[in-house]
Design a protein around this ligand. Structure first.
Ligand SMILES: Cc1cc2nc3c(=O)[nH]c(=O)nc-3n(C[C@H](O)[C@H](O)[C@H](O)COP(=O)(O)O)c2cc1C
Length: 362
């Protein structure tokens, strides 16, 4: 099975990369990602000023992570002379260097990091939502490097299509979508306190809870600007999730929070699972998924759900969750056509796939 993905002159041996964050914060960790089998490696965001990072700064639950980790605590000099110099000796796949934030920062960062980078990823997380400022930043970077430029979009940018248009016009190759969602808050009830977050008490949310938002932004960008490369990130937790991002329009994907929630072995596991997942969904390769168009089958026709009696375990979950009180047990699960609005919730909630609708694949 061919797991390779090709874009902007790169051929990655598989589409999974680490996302910028603590797990790529120095040369030891960049090497870990390479040895875990990632198709490309990305660094923690490097900037010109030292960040003031609150401690603690990473909270993990089962479905999300909240952080206020900002960018790398290590100065540019240390990255140049130690981490990147050392990584260069062992590096055997593309290295994307993450940089932030202003066009003035880029004047310093790009010339000093260019020799180490196969591409640049540019965080726009702390620069506001003014697209003309983001455009000027791209223009500055384009003047300073010939390497591919991927602008990272944050979910608080209100107009992803406008962002895509501007960065394309100014010479970027693509977009990494998305950065963390927020501002959000973590409240400790016992102590009546906010303990995680920046000075203002707010932190940024990531992990599986943001996956559908990330997918929507990837899809919007790719629909608006099909020539831009999109690298999807946000909530990836399995090989199946990678397939969803590729179908939405991504050429590769990144992951961080799942490794913070379940452990760093998840990179290797997901890459290992990818072949089986592709086969399961009837794809021949990663490029096959990328070339498959997503059909919009949204419909307004009413249809009564049907029960596959042999699969029903009579757990009654459908009856409990039905928002229209349309499901009853009369010897078997029955759907009341006078009450059912064809909302589809029972189909998606049934644990044994015993409830079907023709418009959802029968
Ligand atoms: C602890 C932590 C630190 C992060 N640091 C950075 C960073 O330095 N630069 C950046 O662009 N994104 C950073 N991110 C955002 C991630 O790169 C990624 O966009 C986001 O976590 C969504 O992916 P995920 O759901 O797989 O974690 C950070 C996220 C977390 C959780």
């Amino acid at each position: 099975m061919n797991l390779k993905t090709t874009f902007d002159g790169f051929t990655l041996k598989n589409p999974l990369m680490p996302a910028s964050g603590p797990l790529v914060g120095d040369d030891e960790k960049l090497l870990f990602m390479q040895e875990a089998g990632c198709g490309a490696v990305v660094t923690k965001t490097i900037s010109t000023k030292r960040p003031k990072i609150p401690k603690p700064c990473i909270y993990g639950s089962n479905q999300y992570v909240q952080n206020s980790e900002l960018w790398s605590e290590y100065p540019l000099e240390k990255w140049e002379t130690e981490f990147l110099a050392s990584h260069q000796k062992v590096k055997d796949r593309p290295l994307i260097i993450s940089v932030g934030y202003s066009k003035e920062d880029m004047e310093t960062l790009i010339p000093r990091l260019d020799a180490f980078a196969d591409a640049f990823e540019v965080s726009t997380h702390y620069v506001g939502t003014d697209l003309s400022i983001i455009g000027e930043t791209v223009k500055t970077i384009r003047r300073l490097t010939k390497k591919p430029i991927y602008m990272k979009i944050s979910p608080h940018i209100p107009d992803p299509e406008g962002f895509a248009k501007v960065i394309k016009e100014k010479g970027a190759n693509g977009i990494v979508a998305i950065n963390s969602l927020g501002p959000t808050i973590q409240i400790n009830k016992e102590r009546r306190a906010i303990e995680y977050g920046a000075q203002d008490g707010f932190a940024w949310t990531t992990g599986p809870v943001i996956k559908n938002l990330a997918l929507a932004i990837v899809y919007k960008i790719k629909q608006a600007e099909p020539d831009l490369t999109v690298i999807g990130v946000g909530g990836v937790a399995s090989a199946e999730d990678i397939i969803e991002f590729l179908l939405a329009g991504a050429s590769a994907v990144q992951m961080l929070s799942t490794a913070l929630i379940k452990g760093k072995q998840m990179y290797e596991k997901i890459i290992h699972d990818l072949e089986k997942a592709l086969k399961h969904y009837g794809f021949e390769s990663i490029e096959d998924v990328k070339a498959t168009p997503l059909e919009n089958k949204v419909s307004y026709e009413w249809e009564l759900p049907k029960l596959k009696e042999d699969l029903c375990i009579e757990c009654m979950l459908c009856e409990k969750v039905c928002p229209y009180f349309a499901i009853e047990f009369k010897d078997k699960i029955t759907f009341n056509p006078d009450k059912c609005t064809s909302c589809g919730l029972c189909v998606s909630k049934c644990p044994t796939d015993a409830i079907t609708m023709d418009k959802l694949g029968g």
